[in-house]
Design a protein around this ligand. Structure first.
Ligand code: PMP
Length: 299
């Protein structure tokens, strides 16, 4: 993620990553009381472009607010800092990780002071050629009555680590987590969709992190005339569907091969989901929908 030359942003300054430090007496480290974002920048024909920068930094601000953290950075200011950081690190295809930490304080009360950190590293855009083999996790997503599940909070990701690790140890690629009622929620770090008869279905808000990629999928569907619906459903409903995918900033749109060893029916290339995947790849490269529609020859 970093080397001798890497620069990060920390509390108003650009610093060498190897020289940056934090104190060991803080709520963020001890209790997971921190909020963060995962953002990507792409090398486009119009230069380096941060995909959905506003949406991501708005969500960071909202996450901080939901955690009652003192936080006074504006979205335009954070976007500007990020472009500067990308330039300093000579990055174009990059993953960007803003993090808000609270320190120094060990009390179980709201943060007294917060610090914004922004890190960025190179992310070459290769795509997975095979679908993911996914298992229904024995771990549930955190109960929304116990957490602010719509906030991107560091502590929530202990649950993600447990689920993802369990899946890998059982020979799967990733986990699908249910909510406390047994409905499909999301993956460890991505939202989920399934396809049936050319229509896409995804869990409604409530027990998920409402992803920015998920919203981009809705946007693509609206533009291309693809039907979709947000609803509650059990994993059984999803098993044996025509196709399914995970979506998130890091994963982008990645096909699922099977759920609990039950394969999805359609050859991925022939699915509507594959069309959405293709459209997303164009969208991140800053291409408009007229271009997309022509490229995809989809009416
Ligand atoms: N759910 C979880 C638990 C995640 O960690 C992520 C990745 N941030 C997502 C969904 C997808 O969110 P986004 O599309 O905004 O990256």
């Amino acid at each position: 993620y970093y080397n001798e030359k890497s620069i990060l942003y920390y509390d108003g300054k650009f610093l060498k990553a190897t020289k940056a430090s934090t104190d060991l007496y803080g709520q963020s480290l001890h209790y997971g009381y921190a909020v963060f974002e995962g953002i990507k920048a792409y090398k486009t024909t119009n230069g380096t472009k941060i995909f959905k920068a506003e949406e991501h930094y708005d969500r960071l601000g909202r996450s901080a607010e939901l955690m009652m953290m003192p936080f006074d950075h504006t979205t335009p200011e954070m976007i500007e800092i990020t472009y500067e950081l990308l330039e300093m690190n000579n990055l174009s295809n990059a993953y960007i990780r803003p993090l808000v930490i609270c320190s120094p304080n060990m009390a179980l009360s709201k943060g007294l002071k917060s610090f914004l950190v922004i890190e960025a590293w190179n992310w070459d855009n290769g795509y997975l050629s095979e679908g993911l083999r996914v298992m229904t996790s024995s771990f549930e997503r955190p109960n929304p009555k116990a957490f602010k599940i719509e906030a991107k909070v560091s502590g929530h990701y202990v649950n993600s680590i447990l689920a993802s690790q369990e899946a890998k140890e059982k020979g799967f690629n990733e986990a699908l987590l249910l909510d406390e009622c047994g409905n499909v929620a999301e993956s460890s770090g991505a939202n989920v969709f399934y396809e049936k008869d050319s229509k896409l279905y995804t869990p409604e808000k409530g027990s998920i992190l409402p992803g920015i990629t998920r919203a981009a999928v809705f946007e693509i569907c609206d533009q291309l005339g693809i039907k979709y619906e947000e609803k509650r459903f059990k994993p059984e409903e999803m098993k044996g569907a025509d196709a399914a995918f995970f979506c998130g900033t890091a994963a982008e749109i990645v096909a699922l091969e099977s759920l609990d060893k039950v394969p999805f029916q359609l050859e991925w290339k022939k699915s509507t989901s594959a069309l959405v995947q293709k459209a997303y790849r164009h969208l991140v490269l800053n291409e408009d929908y007229t271009y997309l529609k022509n490229q995809l020859q989809y009416v």
